[in-house]
Design a protein around this ligand. Structure first.
Ligand SMILES: [Zn+2]
Length: 211
């Protein structure tokens, strides 16, 4: 079986396992537990529009999860079927950010590529942040300045309450040659953000606003 689960779908499934663990720990009512099991399984299976029998067999046991150890086993079993983030070459970086001279692609040696929905990194000392997101069969790039907000807030990418920064980027205005600055609060820590993402909706909205 080929990898078929996207990183944010894996995070969503992980979240369902946490909901199940909490449910078993707090609810005593058998009906409540049964509903919870059914809903969790449906939510997981509904992530995949044309699921095969084999994929179904891999994912369906989510409903049997009761405790953290079982969740860990289950997540270990499905992890190999998560699609890793595609390799980003220096050439890709140059193509996406032609004006950023000497910009280096971040080193991904110690990063689990299955845990990335997007690649975000700060260009050392310049106060700039670069974001690469898979888009159809290629990549799309966002860049701008990032300034720590020195407080927690809602991230425009993962929707969680995290340490955020103002990501200010320029987009082309409707009149040729004009630019509009747009600011969005996003997680300062892109790795943390990636672990929080359970849907790509907000990221797609952000791209639509900034592209
Ligand atoms: Zn975030």
């Amino acid at each position: 079986m080929e990898p078929f689960i996207r990183s944010e779908q894996y995070n969503f499934i992980k979240l369902q396992t946490q909901i199940l663990i909490n449910g078993h720990a707090t609810a005593n009512d058998r009906d409540v537990i049964n509903t919870l099991k059914t809903v969790s399984k449906e939510r997981v299976l509904q992530l995949f529009s044309d699921i095969t029998e084999e994929q179904n067999q891999l994912l369906a046991p989510v409903e049997t999860i009761k405790d953290p150890a079982q969740a860990e086993d289950y997540l270990l079993q499905i992890k190999p079927y998560v699609i890793p983030f595609k390799e980003v070459t220096e050439k890709t970086v140059k193509k996406l950010f032609p004006k950023a001279k000497k910009l280096k692609a971040p080193l991904l040696e110690n990063i689990d590529l299955r845990e990335l929905s997007y690649l975000g990194w700060d260009d050392g000392g310049s106060g700039k942040k670069f974001i690469i997101v898979p888009h159809h069969d290629t990549f799309t790039g966002l860049h701008g300045t990032i300034k720590p907000a020195n407080k927690k807030g809602i991230c425009a990418i993962c929707s969680r309450f995290e340490e955020i920064g103002m990501f200010m980027s320029e987009t082309k205005g409707t009149i040729q040659g004009t630019f509009i600055k747009k600011g969005n609060y996003i997680c300062l820590d892109s790795m943390k953000c990636n672990q929080n993402i359970t849907t790509l909706d907000k990221m797609n909205d952000l791209i639509a606003r900034l592209k």
